[in-house]
Ligand binder design. Structure first.
Ligand code: PMP
Length: 421
């Protein structure tokens, strides 16, 4: 292992990150399982990418078949992107019938920001103060933790992210109104600046913010204020999309608002680098009028085949309903665990996107959370952390996760809490 880590450091740079004190050196995956190079088996409870299960045979077959038939850049005409795009956009409401296919969530958000600029002629963006939307030069301006090269510019206004333990405005009941007030102030600041209001970009599940429990309608007032001021609403669905949350295909459907643009990525093709920006036809046209965008690999025949296979598997295997069923089952078990360990301050989530927040003596229990992550890894269950203080265990397994897998997760957590607390 030390040899591999040294090679990584030399080749990929000293700051390339790995999870866990003792990183996991993987060899293969199948379904919800991973095996390391020593043949040790792990339950994957974190990986947002192998959405329908590691190496799903139908996705593997679709990729292999298309790779053996044709793969090329995207300026030839091919049915693959059309067949997939029509099937995908049918999953959206509100005239979101056009798309640009790209290769990463960062690119999808970059395109979304540029679409908003094309429509509004403005550059000011509102986002939350505890988020991540990607790594392009423009998108990294939105991130709260990783400082972009050249520092943060003042066209981005940050509003406090909603939170279960420390709600915006002081109470959970008043959180939506307080959040909307912050958005309205940001709109006013941008309107008074040289930037003007271009967009609000938000993950509708607040995935990087710690996914607080929010009522349907939570964003209504904020979204209405942005639209009334002529701004574009971008829903970054890179993490919650494709049915993970169980109740709906998309996070914005769960909250019940209508974004102008939706960005997708991570789970879209089960690990093949596929992402997209979905929007209304007139927004796409305004964007393309200003810039003849093309993306060499975005939506190529193999990428389209991989993504289409994922869509079909979600449908045919009923994975959205499975996420709802197993997620509800897991939450009940985690709540039972909460009665045994007072360090568990909050259990939350929807479908197969769950959080267990840890507090001790009135403070975020970040160290216990870090210790839990390593303890779980050593016991063969992979998960990680989230939230402003990295004190929430983040559980986000492939959507093929079953009740038996949930039992193993909770039993292992029980033993791990026993060991670390
Ligand atoms: N948006 C969100 C909400 C994300 O969490 C991430 C990645 N963690 C991205 C965008 C960027 O996606 P990618 O790494 O594929 O560029």
């Amino acid at each position: 292992m030390s040899d591999v880590l040294a090679r990584r450091k030399r080749l990929l740079g000293p700051h390339v990150t790995t999870f866990y004190k003792e990183p996991v050196h993987l060899a293969r995956g199948e379904g919800v399982w991973l095996w390391d190079t020593d043949g040790r088996k792990y339950l994957d409870c974190y990986n947002n990418v192998p959405h329908v299960g590691h190496c799903h045979p139908r996705v593997v077959k679709a990729i292999a078949k298309q790779a053996a038939t044709l793969n090329t850049h995207t300026r030839y005409v091919h049915d693959g992107i059309l067949d997939y795009g029509e099937a995908l956009t049918a999953k959206f409401d509100h005239d979101l019938t056009s798309m640009v296919m790209v290769c990463s969530g960062s690119e999808a958000n970059d395109v979304a920001l540029r679409m908003a600029q094309a429509v509004t002629g403005k550059t000011g963006v509102i986002t939350t103060d505890n988020t991540y939307h990607g790594n392009t030069s423009a998108v990294s301006q939105l991130n709260s933790s990783k400082t972009p090269i050249g520092g943060f510019k003042d066209h981005v206004k940050r509003v406090p992210a909603p939170d279960n333990m420390a709600p915006v405005g002081g109470t959970r009941a008043g959180q939506a109104a307080a959040f909307a007030e912050a958005v309205k102030s940001a709109i006013a600041e941008l309107a008074a600046s040289e930037h003007g209001l271009s967009a609000l970009i938000i993950c509708p599940y607040f995935a990087n913010e710690g996914f607080p429990t929010l009522e349907k309608g939570f964003l209504d007032e904020a979204v209405a204020a942005v639209k009334a001021a002529g701004g574009i609403v971008i829903a970054d669905e890179v993490q919650p999309g494709f049915g993970r949350i169980g109740s709906h295909w998309w996070g914005h459907q769960k909250l019940g608002f209508a974004p102008d643009i939706v960005t997708l990525g991570k789970p879209m093709a089960n690990g093949h680098p596929v992402a997209a920006t979905i929007t209304r036809p007139e927004i796409l046209t305004a964007f393309q009028d200003g810039f003849k965008y093309f993306n060499t690999f975005g939506g190529n025949p193999v990428s389209a085949a991989a993504a289409h296979a994922v869509l079909n598997v979600i449908e045919d295997e009923g994975l959205v309903a499975n996420a709802a069923d197993v997620g509800t089952y897991a939450v009940a078990q985690l709540k039972e665990l909460q009665t045994r360990y007072d360090v568990i301050a909050d259990v939350r989530g929807s479908g197969l996107f769950l959080g267990v927040e840890l507090w001790r003596d009135g403070k975020p229990a970040t160290e216990i959370c870090t210790a839990m992550i390593d303890e779980m890894r050593n016991r063969g269950v992979l998960l990680h952390s989230e939230g402003r203080y990295d004190n929430t265990l983040k559980i986000r397994p492939p959507c093929a996760f079953d009740r038996g897998n949930a039992d193993l997760l909770v039993e292992t957590m029980n033993a791990a809490f026993e060991a670390v607390q």
